[in-house]
Design a protein around this ligand. Sequence first.
Ligand SMILES: NC(=O)c1ccc[n+]([C@@H]2O[C@H](COP(=O)([O-])OP(=O)(O)OC[C@H]3O[C@@H](n4cnc5c(N)ncnc54)[C@H](OP(=O)(O)O)[C@@H]3O)[C@@H](O)[C@H]2O)c1
Length: 325
Amino acid sequence: MKAKNCLIFGGSGQIGSFLIRKLTKNNIKVTVVTRNIHQKGLKIKTQGNAGFIDIKEAKIFEENKIEKLFSEADYCINLIGILYENKRNTFKSIHTIFPTLLAKLCKKYNLKHFVHISALGINDAVDSQYAISKLEGENNILTNFSRTTILRPSVVFSNSDNFSTQFMTLLRRLPVFPLYYSGKTKFMPLHATDLSNIIYHILSNKIETQVIECVGPEILTFKEILQILLNLINKKRLLIPMPLSLAKISAKFFQLLPKPLLTEDQLRLLKYDNVTSGKYKTNSDIGVPSKLFFKNEVKKYSFMWRDGGEFSTEKYMSENLKEEN
Ligand SMILES: NC(=O)c1ccc[n+]([C@@H]2O[C@H](COP(=O)([O-])OP(=O)(O)OC[C@H]3O[C@@H](n4cnc5c(N)ncnc54)[C@H](OP(=O)(O)O)[C@@H]3O)[C@@H](O)[C@H]2O)c1
């Protein structure tokens, strides 16, 4: 059977790497679009076997360049997203206007399936510009191309995320750590491998559900997540509930940084639990329950944040003990 072609936008990111491996191993050829082939090419190229990966350089609004790629594609997957805005990249342009363009091109070139990654909880977070832009993007996509599946993941983690790794760095360095909303916000962390399995399942089984909430196998509060991470890196830190007024002031300050640790919009988003709504199908409902638990998976790479690094692992310690005996 002829291998299918999948056009991926945002494939150089965290989820992209896992997804490219999953698709190419399963005989799907991918064309990955990046803004900078010199910066991202090597990372993308090494995620699959030669012959299965093609890389194209294009800015997301270079419509002519992008349109040409659709004539060869069977599937399109959009992984482009931002957590904070700057002058050039607004939530509206990245989460609303660009995905709408992709949906129109999917229709024009009669693609078999469009998978768009949105985010969990965006119906509730009515005061977040991030959530509003994602929701508008979803609506526009669905009115333009019906063979679309929109995935709404909870927080996605892996050894190359900006979540568990960034928190471990901060927890290692800071003597105290602020708990926004007393650390009570709930999440269902989803491993990037599980999310890639969901996407592959949707393409290969022609799942036609339009919106699917994608979650990991457990519910953890923000405080529980931090406690797991502290435990894994063998650190004790004071986790202190931060009054909202102070949190707002710190977010105002942080968002001035080129890569903000926290923005006012993210603070608003953190107010809402990031768990299944009960209104949409979940990955379990379509037959792909998540298997990977947060603590077990982070344990595999957390040693790099512990004193002693790789020499602090159980494997190294037990080998050393054997030698001593
Ligand atoms: N990670 C999570 O916890 C999580 C949770 C819920 C939803 N999501 C959504 O899932 C999708 C993928 O997430 P991810 O964690 O893999 O993201 P990521 O690691 O930040 O990667 C996203 C990719 O998007 C491209 N990109 C970023 N800014 C861009 C811009 N201004 N213009 C054009 N391209 C841009 C980049 O590719 P190039 O540099 O190669 O162009 C980047 O590699 C996003 O839509 C995100 O909102 C993620």
